[in-house]
Design a protein around this ligand. Sequence first.
Ligand code: ITT
Length: 196
Amino acid sequence: MIKIALGTSNPHKLEEINDMLKEIHPDSVEFVLVEGDFNPEENGMTFEENSYIKAAEAAKVMGIPALADDTGLCVKALDNRPGIHSARYAPDQKSKIAKLLDEMKNVPEEEREAYFICTMTLVAPDGKILHTQTGRIDGYIDTKPSGEHGFGYDPLFFVPNLNKTMADMSMKEKNTLSHRARALKPMVEWIMKNLS
Ligand code: ITT
């Protein structure tokens, strides 16, 4: 079993990643959270840079390889905002949803395309990048929030194939198609091939 630190302060990410791991490669990798406060300054200009900042900090603190993801919601009608500023778009998740709905209030149905992007970086304790993977899912910004599952912007992210928002999906369902799943699966393959 390979032990890898997870550079995140978001418990939902750990929960999703552990759930996906059970499906892909049970007993292959153990993800552990960084001990103590974890709040590195995400001052990068790209998803890659911010995921590196988080993973490098976790690897340094824990002294083992570390993985982090940086995720954003990119909305076509808003010139791909909030994008890398998705975490800072508004002070809390409720106001993020309200602000996004407000910014989108005059945008017609067919122009509400958006995508989630998730970039994962795996970093060695000396700060060297071992591997990166990106996953993406396309959908639409709904006109009202729906669903109790997931987290973040999930209640507004409508997935046309399944005819529901990401928060209407169970975690299992989200994990079959999400941006995070599409980055994690090849990342775990790489880890199994190169670190075990
Ligand atoms: P860490 O940086 O500590 O990992 P975070 O929640 O700030 O935690 P991100 O910077 O990657 O993580 O997230 C940017 C924003 O996007 C933030 O508001 C999240 O709640 C939201 N988000 C991340 N993953 C998401 C997902 O799978 N579904 C919906 N929203 C998500």
